[in-house]
Design a protein around this ligand. Structure first.
Ligand code: BES
Ligand code: ZN
Ligand code: ZN
Length: 498
């Protein structure tokens, strides 16, 4: 979607009119340029209460000589939030059909820049579909050209709104990339295919470097977690390290993603229903890569690191078994009691590598880690665990700001004890019982956060379990279906303040 912000009274294409609930007429200042007959039609519809403008509603007006209009309900003005504005903007994109054409003009007057910016952001974020594998019929005359949205408001607000739309477009390019990666079928997106895409990204941008730790290197480095999970597949595992603005000194934010390109469960095979959804089990890595794209597109100047732990979890004669004991990159041994608890194994190496080799100011990992997190929070929030209250609060606030909720969960000592009482190894990859499964998983990860240099305190670290938010939330109005690109925006906001 191309967004053009101006004060031009001309209307290009379909008029889009955002309306507060129970408005009885057009807001003064929005009538300029609207043809009299269209204006009359709008005034009648609003005056008679035929369109009440409740949030989530839309009405198309057509058939007058004055052009077409799309009325969008914003809900009550007093109740409006950034997220309700984003959702109203998304409703515009979702409502556009052939009759509206590919050019629209959104008219605002009397709305503050933050709210208008959120509306525009919602329009942009909803303008995504994954059509790569769909053939086009010969008789398909649908127009898949880009939408152009002119957005008009008062003179004094256009500069700020223009800047906001520019940032939204830049960040959305990262959200789209994360969705593309998440939606990609697992036969085409396997660990080294992800790595190759990362290398191409690095070659395209001067301030990005990408390093791959391939299977053989991972083996010789002693990355037993990554190797153990990935060795059962013909498509071998790897770790991808992105570095943005590597010439900037100092400790930097490091983001670590779980990247299981397909999770069959391995020898602890999953049941068939919905197993296809396990192609999304690399969404932590998709978000990490998407964030790198967002940061580059928005012109971020400081150093940021992304680490993605890529593997395909398959059963085979070469796969790891329940009962195996592996030695991870940290030197700690892990008793593998269930091969379906594989995300924590690849992350154990990614986290330790990040903590010891990459000079982090803090580490945040993202993982579609546990079904238990979906049981706890549904599709409404990601679970958030941290060893550092300040980091936890910053992530929570960034999530709230972006409408991507991250909900605090506990790291009780009892969970750590449960995961470290293996009879034969340092750590076990399965809790003693089924209760609190997302908490025991987080407690496992915590064992692989090194202490900050020269201290006996761990590096600040947070874990986001995105099992419920990476796909499948019917309530997520900003995406039609499939991968959501969750937390690209949260992390971009956390890191840049934008
Ligand atoms: N990728 C799954 C978690 C998952 C399940 C994400 C459903 C989204 C939807 C993960 O690797 C897994 O299988 N976890 C197990 C852990 C268990 C064996 C301790 C789970 O959640 O059942
Ligand atoms: Zn699994
Ligand atoms: Zn998994």
């Amino acid at each position: 979607m191309k967004v053009v912000v101006d004060t031009n009274a001309n209307i290009n294409g379909t008029l889009v009119l955002p309306v507060w609930q129970d408005s009885k007429g057009m807001v003064s200042g929005t009538e300029a340029g609207v043809h009299r007959s269209l204006k009359n039609q709008i005034e009648v519809v609003l005056g008679d209460g035929d369109f009440k403008a409740k949030s989530g509603t839309a009405m198309t007006l057509a058939g007058t000589e004055g052009g077409k209009a799309l009325l969008i309900g914003l809900g009550k003005e007093d109740d409006a939030t950034l997220q309700s504005m984003r959702e109203a903007g998304a409703k515009v994109t979702a409502s556009l059909s052939k009759i509206h054409g590919k050019t629209v003009t959104v008219k605002f007057c009397g709305v503050d820049v933050d709210r208008m910016g959120a509306f525009v952001e919602g329009m942009i974020l909803r303008d995504y579909s994954y059509d790569k594998y769909k053939s086009k019929d010969d008789d398909d005359d649908s127009d898949d050209s880009e939408i152009t949205a002119h957005v008009t408001c008062e003179d004094e607000k256009t500069a700020a709104l223009g800047k906001s739309a520019e940032i939204s477009s830049a960040v959305a390019s990262g959200v789209y990339l994360a969705r593309d990666l998440g939606n990609a079928p697992p036969n085409d997106l396997y660990p080294m295919a992800f790595a190759e895409q990362a290398i191409a990204f690095g070659e395209k941008h001067d301030n990005v470097s990408v390093k791959i730790i391939n299977y053989d290197e991972a083996r010789s480095m002693g990355m037993g977690g990554l190797v153990g999970v990935g060795m059962g597949s013909y498509r071998k595992p790897c770790m991808v390290i992105f570095e943005i603005n590597g010439d900037q000194p100092g400790p930097s934010p490091c983001i670590v993603g779980k990247g299981i390109t397909f999770d069959t469960g391995g020898i602890s095979l999953k049941p068939p229903p919905s197993m296809d959804e396990m192609k999304y089990d690399m969404h932590g890595s998709a978000t990490t890569f998407g964030l790198m794209q967002a940061l580059v597109a928005s012109g971020h100047k400081d150093r940021v690191i992304g680490v993605t732990c890529m593997a395909e979890n398959m059963p085979s004669s070469n796969a790891q078994r329940p009962g195996d004991v592996i030695t991870t990159y940290s030197g700690k041994t892990v008793e593998v009691l269930n091969t379906d608890a594989e995300g924590r194994l690849v992350l154990s190496d990614g986290l330790w590598y990040t903590g010891t080799q990459l000079n982090p100011s803090y580490i945040i990992d993202l993982a579609t880690l546990t079904g238990a997190c979906v049981v706890a929070l549904g599709h409404e929030a990601s679970g958030l665990w941290s060893n550092n209250d300040e980091l936890l609060n910053n992530i929570k606030e960034a999530g709230e700001h972006c409408g991507e909720i991250a909900w605090p969960m506990p790291l009780f000592k009892a969970f750590e004890k449960e995961m470290t009482d293996s009879k034969i190894a340092d750590v076990r990859n399965l809790g003693a019982g089924r209760w609190g499964g997302s908490n025991t998983a987080a407690a496992f990860l915590k064992q692989f956060i090194p202490n900050a240099d020269g201290t006996d305190e761990q590096i600040p670290w947070a874990h986001l379990d995105i099992a419920g938010t990476a796909w499948g939330a019917k309530t997520n109005k900003l995406v039609k279906n499939g991968a959501t690109g969750i937390h690209v925006r949260t992390l971009h906001h956390l890191i840049t303040g934008q």
